[in-house]
Design a protein around this ligand. Sequence first.
Ligand SMILES: [Zn+2]
Length: 230
Amino acid sequence: MIKHHPDHNLLTEYCAGTLDWALCLGITTHLHFCSECRNTVAHLNSIGGSLLAQGPQEQVSQDVFTNLMAQIQARETAAVEFVAQSTEPPLHPSISKDRMLTNLPKVVRKLLPKDKALRWQTVSPNLKMARLTAGQDKYEVAFHRICSGGKVAQHDHGGLEVTVVLKGSFSDGDGIYTPGDFLVRQPGEVHRPTAAQNEDCLCFSICEAPVRLTGLLGRLVNPFLSVKPA
Ligand SMILES: [Zn+2]
């Protein structure tokens, strides 16, 4: 059962269209799992719609009105065509054969490369990471995969980090996190995630800055850690 949700401010910014694209990806992923937040988003959207309807009205020229309606019509047509074509191209065999990467939320699946394998990098003995291309330049969007029972080195965060659990589960000093859970870590928050014993844990992560490992290991490794928004 999902226990960790985006807060009301994040959901309001999401609905208002003012949230960074990468964070929108995290929230859309959470919404795939969470009917409670889907209801909140529907409610916020209906409030936004009625606020617009109650706003002051301006007279516009016939040309401007005709142009606007043509643009709306074109977008609706494009959206219908997009849905009609949404039979997705097949994934690279190395991805489609990986049990951890099947049945992912559609928003995440769309970020998977179609013509090449994911490039998994070993961050530490229990942790692998594969960067994804999300078409933005502020946050690194990536999968983090902790092997079953694996502990990740204790670290804090150099910037905002949003994590949505996709498969399996992990725990830290603050709780246990299962599929759909949405976590926000602020700079300076220290934790040490450990995956459950029974299976690997796959997370969808959006990071503003690299993590900083604590202790001696950190002094050795931190200079080499970086994020690569894409
Ligand atoms: Zn939720």
